[in-house]
Design a protein around this ligand. Structure first.
Ligand code: C2E
Ligand code: MG
Ligand code: MG
Ligand code: MG
Length: 279
C-alpha cells in the first residue's frame, strides 16, 4: 500500500484539478448563456430604519436558476463571473432591472432607495460611468434613490482612479455604500477620503455581537467613527431580536437581515410595502 500511496495521491490530486477545471469551465459556459436564456432574477431584501422602523430601501440580490445546473448560489457563481469578465454584462443587467424596479415603485408613491452591488471588475471597466449614465437616463430613476454597494477591497486596488470615478458617481447624485466593512483592511483613510455616504457592517461582526465583547466593541467603534464623519451605518445579517436590540444600543442607523425579512422575489415586494410592518 505504502508503495502506491504517492502515485495514488498524485492521481487523486490530478483528478481533483481536472474536475475542478471542468466544473469551472462548465459553469462558465452555462453562465455565458444565462442572460439570453433568461435564467437570472433579482430578489429584493428590505433595509429598515432602526429608529422609525420605516423602509429605507431594498438591496438587489442576483439569483441564478440554471437550466442545467439548477439553483446556483451567488457565492459560487459571482467569483466565476468576476474572473471571466462576464460580471460586466450581468452586473449591467442587474443595475438596469433594479433601477426599473425602483422607478416603478416611486411612480406609485413608494419612494425608497435601491442598493446594487457593483463588483470590482465592473467598476474598473472603462465604460462603467457611461453605462451608469445611460441606465439612469433610460430608466428615469430618481438619482438619489440609487446607492451602489462597493466593497472595501475594491476601493483599495487603485485609490487614485477610484477617487475620480467615485467623484463622478456622486456628481450624478448617486450614493455609495462601503459593503462588507470590517472584513478587509478597514482603512480609516478610505472612510475619510472617499465620498461615500454609508458603511455596511459585515454579518461576521453581527453573528455573536451579544456575546462577544470584541465584536460589540468593533461595531461601536465603526458606528462612532462613521458618525463623526457624517456617514450612516447599516448592519447586515440580523437574525434575532436580541441582536437588533443590541444594535439599537450601539446607535446603528439601519438594519438588514432574516430577522425581519429574507430577500424577496420582486412579485412579493408589493405586499411587503403595503403592510410596511416588520418588527
Ligand atoms: P452582500 O452584498 O454582502 O449581500 C448580503 C448577503 O447576505 C446576501 O446573500 C443576503 O441574502 C445575505 N443575508 C442577508 N441577511 C441575512 C441574514 O440575516 N442571515 C444570513 N445568513 N444571510 C443574510 P446572497 O444573496 O447569497 O449574496 C451573496 C453575495 O453575492 C453578496 O453579498 C454580494 O457580494 C454578491 N452578489 C449578490 N448579488 C450580486 C450582484 O448583483 N452583483 C454582484 N457584483 N455581486 C452580487
Ligand atoms: Mg451588498
Ligand atoms: Mg455585504
Ligand atoms: Mg457580505
Amino acid at each position: 500500500r505504502a508503495k502506491t500511496t504517492g502515485r495514488n495521491r498524485l492521481q487523486v490530486y490530478c483528478d481533483e484539478i481536472i474536475s475542478y477545471h471542468s466544473e469551472h469551465l462548465y459553469m462558465e459556459n452555462q453562465l455565458r448563456k444565462a442572460l439570453e436564456r433568461n435564467e437570472f432574477s433579482i430578489y429584493y431584501q428590505p433595509i429598515l430604519n432602526l429608529k422609525s422602523e420605516e423602509i429605507l430601501g431594498f438591496e438587489a440580490l442576483l439569483r441564478w436558476n440554471s437550466k442545467d445546473l439548477g439553483v446556483v448560489k451567488p457565492f459560487d457563481f459571482i467569483p466565476v463571473a468576476e474572473e471571466t469578465g462576464l460580471i460586466t454584462p450581468i452586473g449591467e443587467w442587474v443595475l438596469y432591472q433594479a433601477c426599473l424596479f425602483n422607478k416603478k415603485w416611486s411612480d406609485k408613491g413608494e419612494n425608497h432607495k435601491v442598493f446594487v452591488n457593483i463588483s470590482p471588475r465592473q467598476l474598473n471597466h472603462p465604460n462603467f460611468l457611461e453605462k451608469l449614465k445611460n441606465i439612469l437616463k433610460e430608466t428615469k430613476i430618481n438619482h438619489d434613490n440609487l446607492c451602489l454597494e462597493i466593497t472595501e477591497s475594491a476601493m483599495l486596488n487603485d485609490i487614485v482612479h477610484h477617487s475620480k470615478v467615485f467623484n463622478e458617481i456622486i456628481k450624478l447624485g448617486v450614493g455609495i455604500v462601503m459593503d462588507d466593512f470590517g472584513t478587509g483592511y478597514s482603512s480609516l483613510s478610505l472612510l475619510k477620503n472617499f465620498p461615500i455616504q454609508m458603511v455596511k457592517i459585515d454579518k461576521t461582526f453581527i453573528d455573536d455581537v451579544e456575546t462577544d465583547i470584541k465584536d460589540r466593541s468593533i461595531v461601536e467603534a465603526i458606528v462612532n467613527m462613521s458618525h463623526v464623519m457624517s456617514l450612516k451605518v447599516i448592519a447586515e445579517g440580523i437574525e434575532t431580536e436580541e441582536q437588533m436590540e443590541l444594535l439599537k444600543e450601539c446607535k446603528v442607523d439601519f438594519i438588514q437581515g432574516f430577522y425581519f425579512s429574507k430577500p424577496l422575489p420582486s412579485e412579493n415586494v408589493e405586499s411587503t410595502l403595503l403592510n410596511n410592518k416588520f418588527l
